[in-house]
Design a protein around this ligand. Structure first.
Ligand code: SF4
Ligand code: SF4
Length: 313
């Protein structure tokens, strides 16, 4: 797309590291860098679609710039307890920003990528939908355009929420959807709003695998009094074990049948470099398209799964 993704994502990481109070340790996972690749071939139609959507794509650097400014602006907080009124206003803001699922978790050193740090003990996680239609014909330029659109959308979410919380006196540092200090799919799992599928995407109730995530680090100590994600989604792990469709359909053979420990400590399900190449070269999004949770209804899949499981008991 003509942008060095690693370069444009680096300043926010440097600033978060500079302001960090919690740091990764020897058990932390290795940070994944974007693979610098370009699309191989553009058809005339692809170019027309790109030109039409260029504003959406170039919103990413703008939102990243805003993220950096907000991290720098985050001075000493005056509050660490949220009231019911402010929480309700926050929920209303999330609805306006098109957040479909959100949760929080406590950040511990082993959850942060090696060499990274974060400023606050808690993290809010937000998930917003990608357009399922854009993935219907994956691989395609539509997939790339929609991923770029939702990177900007979720980047804007983390910025707006941080700004809102900072203005209310809380500590709040945004982490843009592009260039996390930790694994966002796992963040969604820790926050109880998703389970990480074998394709490494977070599978949420509302959008299946067709979503993107961003994070705000915060000092709000009592956020757990308000956010309750009680849905037990762990059954998806077993469903995934039996399904394996994304593994079979992946054109780059990027998804491992069994997780591999490549950083000496943490198992990973995917060869991230191979996957990045597929996405950047020809707009791969096949695993998202093929995942039953993308096209299907969460409740129906769950019901059918439990019915089948109890028939075998
Ligand atoms: S996006 Fe494509 S290359 Fe990457 S894991 Fe999914 S199917 Fe494989
Ligand atoms: S395609 Fe199947 S195995 Fe892969 S993440 Fe989706 S449910 Fe799990």
């Amino acid at each position: 797309m003509g942008l060095s993704l690693n370069k444009i994502a680096k300043p926010q990481a440097n600033e978060l590291n500079r302001r960090a109070s919690i740091f990764a340790n020897d058990n932390s996972p290795r940070k994944r860098l974007y693979v610098e690749e370009n699309r191989l071939n553009f058809s005339k139609q692809d170019i027309i679609k790109l030109i039409k959507n260029i504003k959406r794509i170039y919103k990413i650097p703008y939102t990243l710039y805003k993220t950096l400014k907000l991290i720098k602006k985050n001075n000493i907080p005056s509050k660490n307890q949220i009231s019911k009124q402010i929480y309700d206003d926050l929920v209303q803001l999330l609805t306006e920003l098109q957040v479909d699922d959100f949760g929080f978790f406590e950040v511990t050193p082993e959850r942060i990528f090696r060499g990274c740090g974060v400023p606050y003990k808690y993290a809010l996680v937000f998930s917003a939908a990608m357009d399922k239609k854009a993935f219907e014909n994956a691989p395609s330029i539509e997939c790339q355009i929609d991923v770029a659109r939702v990177y900007a959308l979720t980047g804007n979410i983390t910025n707006r929420v941080s700004e809102f919380l900072q203005n209310k006196g809380f500590g709040a540092s945004p982490n843009h959807s592009m260039g996390g200090q930790l694994d966002y799919s796992m963040a969604a799992e820790w926050a109880g709003i998703a389970v990480t599928g074998r394709h490494c995407m977070a599978i949420t109730k509302n959008n299946g695998a067709c979503n993107r995530l961003s994070v705000v680090y915060t000092n709000i100590e009592n956020i757990g009094d308000f956010i309750k994600n009680t849905e037990d989604m762990t059954w998806i792990k077993d469903f995934c074990q039996k399904c394996g469709k994304c593994i079979r359909k992946c054109p780059e053979k990027a998804i491992y049948e069994n997780p591999v420990v490549s950083d000496g400590v943490n198992p990973t399900r995917i060869d991230y470099e191979k996957c990045c190449k597929g996405f950047l070269r020809y707009g791969c999004g096949i695993c998202i398209k093929e995942c039953p949770f993308t096209g299907g209804n969460y409740e129906k899949i769950k019901k059918a799964y439990h019915k089948r499981s109890s028939a075998y008991e």
